[in-house]
Design a protein around this ligand. Structure first.
Ligand code: ATP
Ligand code: MG
Ligand code: MG
Length: 548
């Protein structure tokens, strides 16, 4: 849409195209395979993919797997699946940064030959000390002026395994007085005797992120390298590496603000801890905001795309409300999905004057979208209704079933309560009522108006299923952290109920979603649901405090 204003990244790209700096737009999403992707990554994926598409360019999925410590194949698989599911097409364009180890090594040797890198014997701690902070200039390493020949020999020996972890590093020779600490002779290679998930024991030296990343981008011919704000200070180093390594088409790094959700745990590291501590049941626990969890919860890729769009791309750090995410899924499902009846907290309703075995009623699947058609629902003299839909002693303005009110059973008849039964604790167990056959839905009855409408399921044909209701993992009232810095968990983040559902829902497939009339949007759990023991997740309730 030409009328929509472009974001600042698109403006930069337009400028670069106008000035002839680039011809083709190439972007990438570069996750480190050390965890599952979350909603913030979805933003980065859709941003990078969206830009490639908008400019008729290409989009790469690149695993940034240069660090041998934390990476796992499980994460590679999950990331691939999530990116695919979001619709960011990377066919024939999936890469592993570890495949570029040879060229990274070559470029490091090249820098040594140019006198732009040296082997250092200082320990990590000494390097940190010598580097200084922003109030003081750094101090040069005593090894900084080694000859090129010596550096070449030592680096070769590092690669050959002659040194222990931490014994030597390769550092770029830039400027120890630079006001930007990142430019004070940063370490670009370190010794690490670790097996790598892709290259095994081939290497015992590994490149540092700030050296590896620009090379990965340059090798793939990326035109615009989009990353989050914390890398802004690293941009001079990024540019230095690309330039000193003589890459002909320097990629341009552009930073944007990370996506945060208020009172929600994002950040791989923190989510990982919740998984490891057993606070949640795996990376795809529906209370999390990993992409796998959101999918399992019933979020659609369209709703996530809409969310990312509404949250906007900017350079200003800010936090989005979770209710924006909920708004997006409600809007997406509202007209698309059928509305069926499920009773989450059932009590029996007996229609004393109903004779016969029952009948089939035709009920529209979605009153706001006729195209979804109608379904046949069995109705009889024994039903279930919600406990909260009957009150013997109602407050004023209660519009459901009482000993006075006449109300409509959705898609069926008017009923009036005549008596009720309770258990020892006084809880209602059965409500007896009578119905008026003349009030059948669709029959054009206009003589009286019902006080309200409630939903129901037929006792004979309904089936029982587990329903899981979710609240935020964090107690929102009191904020994210306790006084001791620990996370302030909501003890009610998961409620499990055994419910009665209308029979049409028994055929639902994993991840298929529905509106349960008055109760919210639900979907079949893709992990725990079986034909014998169906499980439904509540995606979101119907009510919203959110206004766009
Ligand atoms: P986390 O901080 O959650 O661990 P990360 O940045 O370490 O995330 P990476 O695998 O390095 O995870 O991220 C891949 C890409 O996703 C990077 O380009 C990163 O900038 C981007 N990204 C990560 N988190 C967010 C976020 N919250 N919003 C937008 N983009 C993000
Ligand atoms: Mg990272
Ligand atoms: Mg991280």
């Amino acid at each position: 849409n030409e009328l929509e204003s472009k974001n600042f990244i698109e403006n930069f790209i337009d400028e670069d195209l106008r000035e002839g700096k680039v011809k083709e737009i190439k972007t990438r999403f570069p996750p480190e395979p050390n965890g599952y992707l979350h909603i913030g990554h979805a933003k980065s994926i859709l941003l990078n993919y969206g830009i490639a598409k908008e400019y008729n360019g290409t989009f790469n999925l690149r695993f940034d797997d240069t660090n041998p410590v934390k990476e796992k194949m499980e994460f590679v698989e999950s990331i691939r699946k999530d990116v695919e599911w979001l619709g960011a097409d990377f066919e024939n364009r999936m890469f592993f940064a570890s495949d570029y180890f040879p060229i990274m090594y070559e470029k490091a040797v090249y820098l040594i030959q140019k006198g732009k890198a040296f082997v250092d014997d200082l320990t990590a701690e000494e390097i940190r000390e010598y580097r200084g902070d922003f109030t003081t200039p750094g101090k040069e390493s005593p090894y900084r002026n080694r000859s090129i020949e010596e550096n070449l020999r030592l680096f070769e020996e590092m690669k050959a395994g002659k040194y222990q972890d931490g014994e030597k590093t390769l550092r770029a020779k830039i400027d120890m007085a630079s006001p930007n600490i990142n430019m004070r002779d940063p370490v670009i290679y370190r010794v690490s005797h670790m097996s790598h998930h892709n290259t095994g024991d081939e290497w015992c030296i590994y490149p540092m992120y700030d050296f590896a990343h620009p090379i990965e981008d340059a090798v793939e011919g990326i035109s615009h390298s989009l990353c989050t704000l914390e890398f802004e200070d690293h941009r001079p180093l990024y540019d230095w590496v690309v330039q000193e390594c003589d890459f002909p088409y320097p990629p341009r790094q552009i930073e944007f603000a990370k996506l945060y959700l208020t009172n929600v745990v994002t950040g791989k590291r923190y989510i990982k801890k919740l998984v490891e501590d057993g606070v949640v049941d795996g990376w795809d626990d529906p209370r999390l905001v990993t992409i796998a969890a959101l999918r399992r919860r019933g979020y659609t890729k369209e709703s996530l795309a809409q969310f990312v769009k509404l949250s906007g791309i900017s350079k200003a750090q800010s936090s989005c409300d979770y209710s924006l995410l909920e708004y997006c899924i409600r809007e997406d499902l509202k007209l698309k999905r059928p509305r069926l009846m499920a009773v989450l907290d059932p009590i029996k309703l007996v229609i004393d004057n109903y004779e016969g075995e029952g009948e089939m009623l035709s009920i529209p699947n979605n009153l706001e979208n006729e195209a979804l058609g109608e379904r046949e629902v069995h109705f009889s003299g024994e039903l279930y209704i919600e406990r909260e839909d009957f009150m013997p002693d109602p407050p004023k303005k209660y519009k459901r079933l009482t000993m006075e009110n006449e109300i409509r059973l959705m898609g069926a008849y008017f009923i009036r309560a005549v008596s009720y039964e309770t258990d020892e604790e006084g809880n209602v167990t059965v409500v007896h009522c009578t119905y008026d056959p003349a009030t059948k839905s669709g029959a054009g009855f206009t003589e009286r108006k019902a006080k309200g409408t409630i939903h129901w399921v037929d006792a004979k044909t309904a089936f029982s299923a587990e329903v899981r209701l979710y609240e935020q993992l964090i107690d929102e009232e009191k904020g994210k952290l306790n006084e001791d810095g620990s996370l302030n968990f909501n003890p009610n983040s998961l409620t499990v109920k055994q419910c009665f559902l209308e029979p049409a829902l028994a055929k639902a497939e994993p991840l298929e979603s529905f509106q349960f009339v008055r109760n919210g949007y639900f979907c079949v759990d893709c992990k725990d649901s079986t034909e014998e023991k169906p499980v439904f997740n509540r995606i979101v309730s119907l009510k919203s405090s959110f206004q766009l």
